[in-house]
Design a protein around this ligand. Structure first.
Ligand SMILES: *C/C=C(C)/C=C/C=C(C)/C=C/C1=C(C)CCCC1(C)C
Length: 258
């Protein structure tokens, strides 16, 4: 299929911040993956899996950004399905990072499953909220659009709150403390901040879709959905990886023989 490129590549940075963040997001995710994969060699054995997972998160995102970037450039609309496929793979991997951090302190596989189920619920509700919002033929919100996005937004938030609670007060926090390893305690605390602040950017993007509160009240159009999601992804996926990297580095002897 031949798509017409709607975005003028030369004027992207100036005229189309959304396209710009798709391009830079792709490059940043790609570069971060190379970094995490290479740095795996510089940390001790027990942290290698965590760094591998960090690299997989940004690599999976890079591949999706490659396609989302083109999708957006050719159609000018939100690559909602690709976005949620990306998240469905990468958010559970972020849960794996929490599990790996607390494993030494006795985390059971059940903890991982609870986090994965909560994140899957969060994402399925979010997808229904976005992909099935009632629209008119011209793309404007139809009758019931706002109540649809509010309902599924609230349901999705329940899954989010569960993960937030687990990281701040629940099992992840408690096991981290029990590890007796100050580096791990600090790492979990920073990741909990990412979940509180970094992850909270996503619902802001969600509310920019047709019928969403920020769309109807402030007139923030649906292209802002991707702007917020792209910024949030860069912060969270690369940020999470860097936190894991710094935990792994501080908890490894400074010279690891090959
Ligand atoms: C790498 C991708 C990440 C960390 C994605 C995280 C996504 C969320 C935390 C999404 C949350 C949402 C809500 C809490 C309510 C509205 C719908 C969502 C799915 C945007």
């Amino acid at each position: 299929m031949n798509y017409l490129l709607l975005v003028d590549l030369v004027t992207i940075p100036k005229d189309d911040p959304v396209a710009f963040t798709f391009f830079t997001g792709y490059m940043a995710m790609f570069a971060a993956s190379v970094f995490f994969f290479f740095e795996r060699g510089s940390v001790s054995e027990k942290w290698k899996t965590s760094l591998l997972v960090s690299g997989l998160i940004t690599m999976i995102a890079a591949v999706h950004y490659y396609y989302m970037r083109d999708y957006y450039a050719s159609t000018g609309s939100n690559p909602t399905a690709l976005r949620y496929i990306d998240w469905t793979l990468t958010v559970p991997l972020m849960c794996v990072e929490f599990y790996l951090l607390t494993k030494a302190a006795g985390a059971k596989i059940g903890l991982l499953w609870k986090l994965i189920v909560a994140s899957a619920f969060m994402l399925v509700m979010g997808y229904i909220g976005e992909a099935f919002v009632p629209l008119n033929a011209d793309g404007s919100p139809a009758e019931g659009a706002t109540s649809h996005s509010v309902l599924y937004g609230i349901l999705s938030t329940l899954g989010y709150l569960y993960i937030l609670y687990t990281a701040w007060f629940g099992e992840v926090k408690k096991l981290g403390d029990a590890s007796g390893n100050p580096t791990v305690v600090k790492g979990i605390r920073i990741l909990a901040w990412f979940v509180l602040v970094g992850w909270a950017i996503y619902p802001i993007g969600y509310m920019c879709m047709p019928g969403g509160w920020l769309n109807t009240s402030l007139g923030w159009t649906s292209s802002n959905v991707d702007l917020f999601y792209n910024i949030a992804d860069a912060i969270n996926k690369i940020g999470f990886g860097l936190v894991i990297y710094s935990v792994a580095k501080s908890d490894s002897p400074s010279k690891v023989s090959a």
